[in-house]
Design a protein around this ligand. Structure first.
Ligand code: NAD
Ligand code: UFG
Length: 337
């Protein structure tokens, strides 16, 4: 049985992945500094799995505590979610993002190397494609950084590539996520953003629950089927399962691999509103406002490489994502509070 360290494991994607890992028979150790999450998510995962999951409040910048973790556990690999992810905040505080995300990852890799743990799955993002020239986007599309957050993701991709070039005993999976939404079908775990959400789906659910008055649709003059921005929304459980498949791939010693994790389907903002209304029989009041600066018109994945090489596909449809997001929100109107 393999033991996997999950950094950022109390967060949104991390908690769902821990659940899938435990259900797939992995031993899991979770570390997080709790800067953007609560241990309540892990207690819920324990409730769902009936298993105790070791948790350590550790910051990636605290190398001593990190080192101790690798001494205390016999680890086979790491799934590395820990990082800051708010685009706007990264523009205001670039150094904070570079230090936390980039230095944090360098620390992690140094300690992994010291302990001979050389399998890592990294949370990259479709943000590395910037404003893509072609859709669906293949992994071979040009990459760029359009804000400091995106630059941390791209830089970490390069760091991991160069690390592999220097030492071929590393196995690295760079997973480029599209737009993760939804929640586990139990409604026990889900996304719990701090303050007013920046992202579409949590904003929609907070409008639906009455916490926010109305959704602002950012732009209706894009060259898309209805003028609103198109994205590739992926159910967080499908995304979590992608990580299990990536770990299985690392067991075959593939060296460094890069995969898009998306559905391959683009949905507009209005498509999301319609799907949410239909799935949950609830009205979402909205108003059209100006475009949000920096937003791409269209961004959706060509996931065929992951479909083929990982034997993985994101099967849950947009209505299921909307149903599960709403189920989580209604059961937990204040998140994990
Ligand atoms: P999240 O904020 O819920 O989870 C990230 C976790 O990392 C949090 O629990 C936070 O407390 C922890 N963390 C941050 N800095 C840390 C540090 N220095 N030491 C220890 N823990 C630290 O975010 P999420 O949505 O679950 O995202 C997980 C990963 O996936 C992130 O790296 C994010 O950049 C990436 N990603 C997310 C999306 C998305 O839309 N949610 C899209 C693409 C990529
Ligand atoms: N949108 C609205 N109103 C809102 C919020 C969003 O109309 O209140 C629109 C946006 O303009 C966009 C779409 O909904 O067209 C999706 O926006 P999100 O903010 O949910 O997601 P983004 O695609 O902008 O960005 C997300 C993450 C990034 C990540 C990127 C690719 O926030 O960090 O996906 O993975 F880089």
């Amino acid at each position: 049985m393999q033991t996997i360290l999950v950094t950022g494991g109390t967060g949104f994607i991390g908690s769902h992945t821990v659940l899938e890992l435990v259900n797939s028979g992995f031993q899991v150790v979770v570390m997080d500094n709790l800067s953007n999450s609560k241990t309540a998510s892990l207690l819920r995962v324990e409730e769902l799995t009936g298993k105790k999951i070791p948790f350590h409040k550790v910051d990636l910048l605290d190398t001593q505590s990190l080192d101790k973790l690798f001494t205390d556990y016999d680890l086979d690999g790491v799934i590395h979610f820990a990082g800051l992810k708010a685009v706007g905040e990264s523009v205001e505080k670039p150094l904070y993002y570079y230090k936390n995300n980039i230095s944090g990852t360098v620390n992690l890799c140094e300690i992994m190397s010291k302990h001979g743990v050389k399998n890592i799955v990294f949370s990259s993002s479709a943000t590395v494609y910037g404003d893509p020239e072609i859709n669906p986007i293949p992994e071979t599309a040009p990459v760029t950084a359009v804000n400091p957050y995106g630059r941390t993701k791209l830089t970490i991709e390069y760091i991991l590539k160069e690390l592999y070039e220097s030492d071929h005993s590393w196995n690295v999976a760079l997973l480029r996520y599209f737009n993760p939404v939804g929640a586990h079908e139990s409604g026990l775990i889900g996304e719990d953003p701090t303050g007013t959400p920046n992202n579409l789906m949590p904003f929609v659910t907070q409008v639906a629950v009455g916490k926010l008055e109305k959704l602002r649709v950012f732009g209706s003059d894009y060259t898309t089927h209805d003028g609103t921005g198109v994205r590739d929304y992926i159910h967080v459980i499908d995304l979590a399962i992608g990580h299990i498949k990536a770990l299985e791939k690392l067991n075959t010693n593939p060296g460094i691999v890069t995969y898009n994790l998306g559905t391959g389907k683009g949905s507009s903002v209005l498509d999301v509103i319609t799907a949410f209304e239909k799935a949950n029989d609830i009205n979402i009041p909205y108003t059209i406002v100006d475009r949000r600066p920096g937003d791409a018109a269209v961004c959706y994945a060509d996931p065929s490489k992951a479909n083929k090489e990982l034997n993985w596909a994101a099967n849950r449809d947009l209505q299921t994502m909307c149903r599960d997001a709403w189920n989580w929100q209604t059961k937990n109107p204040k998140g994990y509070e």
